[in-house]
Structures are given as structure tokens and as C-alpha cells.
Design a protein around this ligand. Structure first.
Ligand SMILES: Cc1ncc(COP(=O)(O)O)c(C=O)c1O
Length: 418
């Protein structure tokens, strides 16, 4: 029989959190704030990472299945990537002109991503999606963006939030993942002013199931984009270098006009890319302006080139899928024998467990589950799907399944479904 595990010592994390709130509003920004986890149970400050693990400032060691929200595809602190970055550091990496490594990386992306004929290298996922939508608006000379999923923090991409003028929000219209009828209705409603459809090819709304593309869905979106003559953008920030080397477009065989890559591209170094057909991308030759002091900085280009080289050489994505398939199978087995109302979902590199609203206790069940898993050294997120990295060992994955099994047992004892 499972027993509740002792609470972790988080003394230093808590003290640093107090200090941070005087230094920065809320202590830290957005999704890293404690309310996105289980406040009082999860660490707040980390000291280091190695392989598939993280260590917090109090010395607690966790199997990390959030992978820095996606960038860590191999593992933390990869020596080969660090060495490539150091070698670039010795040459210099911040100049008034670009360096040859830019051509090398762009050629590499063109070689591996099906839709890539031209590349623009930027730094964050939000940079990339904003560049892509600006290209679409510039190309079509229309304003409305149809979007589905999280695409970043910039003005065009956020839902109702302070600091964003209503007139900007009005130009971005959300549609439901998986529903082609609704998408067509929105295309008709805004016909004549839609610049683009931007969609995450694998659906992943917050705290909801991760949805592999339903049969024919991505092709259906492609067909609608063609029918209404709008630019189709795949936001591959999460799926790039994870669903397949060339992203979900490679795995599911549907080619968008433009797509955005980031996160796992450099195993944690900040770089992202917009790639696409020359016809669209070339509006940046004259008509559309994109520029930043740091876009050409090359440390992260060196990291990306080395990361992609290792992903290809060591067949890392195949490894991650094999591990993820094992993990999903085990998760399904555990859930099938448990009476807790949860559903397993996701694709092998991006698994998740949804707590079903069968009565009024689903929040309590979720809170207890994540409390018991973090206390057992498994770092996962209640409102965001999890990730598998190549350095998760079989022992890590088995321990994760053990923690999940114990946590579900305890949840079932405390909150049985009547
Ligand atoms: C699908 C997707 N697009 C865009 C972004 C924004 O990327 P960034 O946080 O690097 O700006 C994210 C970040 O989570 C994302 O998941």
C-alpha cells in the first residue's frame, strides 16, 4: 500500500522566491511562477541539470520530464554542444556583420525541413511566429490571422490581456484544433481579409489533451488554405526536432507555406527559425522589415549545428520515440488498472495525463497527484504536457512510472469516484 511521501525541504527556494519578488514583479515571468505548479510543493529555483535530471537550490534531485518547456531534446549540459559553443566563443560571436556559420546552419535546415527553401534565423519562438505572421501579412496585404494554439507572448498572439490594444486583438481570431468546419466558417466570415492560418500541427492547449492530428486534419487545413488563398503556417516550435527531425510536417506528410522552429533546435541555446517557400519568404528582400541586434549572434548557431549533427548521427529522435512509446504503454497499463478518472494522451515524445471532470474533485485529485509525484522526485507540470528526452534512462522512466502508480493509488484512496 502506498503512503504519502514526506514534503521536500524547499527552504532555500522559498527564501529566494521572497527575495525575487522585491527584485522583479511576481519574482519571475509567466509560466515559471509557482502557481503554475503546486505552490509550496515544487521547487522555485534550480541549481543545475545533468542528463535527464535537474537539481534545485536545496539539493533535491528530480527526473525532469518538462525539459525546460521543450528545448531539452538530448539532456542537460551536453559536452559536445558546449564544446562547439566554446569554439565559436573563441572566434567571437557578436559582430556588426554576419558570420559564415549562418550559411551553414541555413543550408542544414533547408536540407532537413520539407517546406524550407529559405530561412530566417531569429532567437525565440515568439520572434519566429511574429516574423512568419508578418511575412504572411506582407505577402497577402491582408490583416486577419486565424490561429490555433499558443504561439508566444507578442501583441498579435495573446488572448485578452492588459497592455494589448483591442484593435490588435481584433485582428487575431482563434479556432478549435481538429474542427475543419469551424475553420472554414471563420475563413468565410473574414473572407477577403485573412492573411494566414497559423496552427500547431499537434494540438496542445493548456491542461487539455495533447491531440495527435486526426486522420486527414492537416491535409484538410492545407486544402482550406489553398481554397481561400491564405498562407498556411505550421508552428513547429514544440514539434520541430521532436515529432521528426523535419518536424510534424515530415512525420505527417503535409507541407505548409511557412513554418517556425525553435526550442529543441539547439538543446537549450536560444535560437529559432522561420522557414518556407521562397515565394513567401522573399517578401523580406524589400517589402517586410525584420531586424535585431542579436539575431546574427552565432553561439546558438554553433549549438544548433552541433545539436542537429548529433540528432542525425545518433538517431536521437528515434530513441526518444522508442522511449516515449514504452512510457505511453506503461502509462496506459497503470491507468487501466487504476480507478482514478484520468486519460492518457499525447504522442510518444509529448505524453500527458488529463484529470477528467467526473465530479467536483478533479482539481483535488490533480493537486494530490502532482504533490505525490514531485515528492517522489518526478518533475512534471499539472497544466502542460510532459516531454521525453534522449538522456532519460530506462531507470528514470521506470521510476517515473513507479511515482505515478503510487500517486494514483493515494489519489484513489482519498478521492474515490462514488
Ligand atoms: C507552439 C509554440 N509557439 C511559440 C512559442 C513561443 O516561444 P518562446 O517562448 O520561445 O517565445 C511556444 C512556447 O511555448 C510554443 O509552444
Amino acid at each position: 500500500m502506498a503512503h504519502s511521501a514526506p514534503k521536500l525541504d524547499l527552504t532555500k527556494s522559498m527564501k529566494m522566491y521572497e527575495e525575487s519578488q522585491v527584485l522583479s514583479p511576481g519574482g519571475m515571468m509567466g509560466i515559471r511562477r509557482p502557481y503554475n505548479f503546486i505552490p509550496g510543493e515544487y521547487p522555485i529555483f534550480l541549481e543545475k541539470g545533468y542528463g535527464g535530471h535537474i537539481v534545485d537550490v536545496d539539493g533535491n534531485d528530480y527526473i525532469d520530464m518538462l525539459c525546460a518547456y521543450g528545448p531539452i531534446i538530448m539532456g542537460y549540459n551536453e559536452p559536445e554542444i558546449n564544446e562547439a559553443v566554446k569554439a565559436q566563443m573563441d572566434k567571437g560571436f557578436c559582430f556588426s556583420l554576419v558570420q559564415p556559420i549562418q550559411n551553414e546552419l541555413e543550408q542544414k535546415l533547408i536540407d532537413i525541413i520539407p517546406s524550407a527553401e529559405r530561412v530566417i534565423l531569429v532567437k525565440t519562438g515568439s520572434d519566429a511566429t511574429s516574423v512568419a505572421t508578418r511575412i504572411a501579412r506582407g505577402y497577402t496585404e491582408r490583416n486577419t490571422i486565424l490561429r490555433c494554439g499558443y504561439h508566444g507572448w507578442h501583441d498579435w498572439a495573446v488572448e485578452v490581456h492588459g497592455g494589448v490594444p483591442q484593435c490588435i486583438q481584433d485582428l487575431t481570431v482563434e479556432f478549435e484544433y481538429g474542427d475543419l468546419h469551424e475553420l472554414e466558417a471563420k475563413l468565410k466570415e473574414h473572407d477577403g481579409d485573412v492573411a494566414c492560418i497559423i496552427v500547431t500541427p499537434v494540438g496542445h492547449p493548456l491542461a487539455k489533451p495533447v491531440m495527435p492530428p486526426p486522420e486527414g486534419y492537416l491535409q484538410g487545413v492545407r486544402d482550406l488554405a489553398d481554397k481561400y488563398k491564405v498562407v498556411l503556417i505550421f508552428d513547429e516550435i514544440r514539434t520541430g526536432f521532436r515529432a521528426a527531425l523535419g518536424g510534424a510536417q515530415e512525420r505527417y506528410g503535409v507541407t505548409p507555406d511557412l513554418s517556425t522552429f525553435g526550442k529543441a533546435m539547439a538543446n537549450g541555446y536560444p535560437i529559432s527559425a522561420v522557414v518556407g517557400k521562397a515565394e513567401f519568404m522573399n517578401v523580406c528582400e524589400k517589402k517586410v522589415f525584420i531586424s535585431s541586434t542579436f539575431f546574427p549572434n552565432s553561439l546558438e548557431m554553433a549549438a544548433a549545428l552541433k545539436c542537429i549533427e548529433i540528432l542525425q548521427r545518433d538517431k536521437i529522435i528515434e530513441q526518444v520515440w522508442t522511449k516515449g512509446e514504452w512510457f505511453l504503454k506503461e502509462l496506459n497499463r497503470v491507468v487501466a488498472t487504476s480507478k482514478v478518472p484520468v486519460t492518457v494522451n499525447g504522442i510518444p515524445p509529448m505524453p500527458f495525463l488529463s484529470f477528467e471532470k467526473v465530479d467536483s474533485f478533479h482539481k483535488e485529485r490533480r493537486e494530490m497527484f502532482y504533490t505525490e509525484t514531485i515528492r517522489r522526485g518526478l518533475f512534471i507540470q499539472p497544466y502542460h504536457h510532459w516531454y521525453i528526452s534522449a538522456r532519460h534512462t530506462q531507470a528514470d522512466l521506470e521510476k517515473a512510472i513507479w511515482a505515478i502508480t503510487q500517486a494514483l493509488e493515494l489519489v484513489n484512496e482519498k478521492y474515490p469516484v462514488k
